[in-house]
Design a protein around this ligand. Sequence first.
Ligand code: SF4
Length: 349
Amino acid sequence: MERNSTHLCFYPFLSSASGYVDELGATLENLISSAAFERARLRGKVRILEAIKDGMILKPAVITNAQAEMELLAYPFARILVSCIHDEHLVRRYVLSEAKAAHEKLLADSRTDTDIIYEMAEEFSIRVDFFREHVQMPFVDYLRFTINLHDKKWKLVNRGLEKGGVKLEKGEFIRIIQEAIYERIMKDLPLNVPADVCNAIRGYTEEIKRELEETRKKFGDAEGFIVKDPNCFPPCIAHILSNLKEGINVTHGARFAVTAFLLNLGLSEDEIIEIYKNSPDFDEERTRYQVRHIAGGTGSVRYTAPSCATMRTYGNCVGSDDICEKISHPLNYYRLKLKTKKNRAQTHT
Ligand code: SF4
């Protein structure tokens, strides 16, 4: 299917997009240094800054061909930037933000351009049958692309299975395409970028690193949450948080445990939602509802974090240490460790 630069700039991961980039004469050398591509470089940097700050890349209004081409070239440059920074967490966050932005655009485009869903299915070799009201895909493919989707609506047992095929609404299929897009963008990242190239674009990478550092200080990453001391978190909670930060799948039980634990410690709804932003299936509205529900804000009771016994039962007791032998609840672990730490600090003053 013939598509122009305006289309490709919104879906720069398509195989036809790289051919178009070649046609624009964008070699690695001039992409990183030519004045003609400066706007593309700036836009590439902004893509990553938006991913860090908002977990989403905003698609700009594109009117002219020149704007479309700049937007298209910003994508390979952004890939070079994240590769030079070489931070696994940043790579995941960036890729997820690109995939989400493409998903939003695809949802909007599919309202007027029905061919676009066929195009995407073909692009990602997703076997699918299109019907008037729904689509149907083989359950093997369905399983492959829903492995990171935790909501119970995606579980195979909750779906109609007909002759080995899973029935989906159009919007659900587009959500599955987001998973395929994520996989495609993540492929080969970080790229193996020569050191002299990374040096040449240091001005851009330094600015991104500063923003990353700021965000980490604000929302807690290794060094900690603003209001609480993560160094005193029990190993089970630290393990779940570390998985969430890395964008690794976390079970419902573990999500409940960590959310209730942090609420009990006094973190706000927004601070907790921020922690979930790297999840592959992050949906802000649904996460807010769930956090609020655990906090008792939807008319339910306010939940207390699960005890060690419950954590063990659901396989969430990970990495127990000496302190664990003295307590029976993760919150008591936190209190005990915090108290010991404060006592030690006082003895040293
Ligand atoms: S014993 Fe309790 S506090 Fe320690 S890791 Fe297991 S669940 Fe967490």
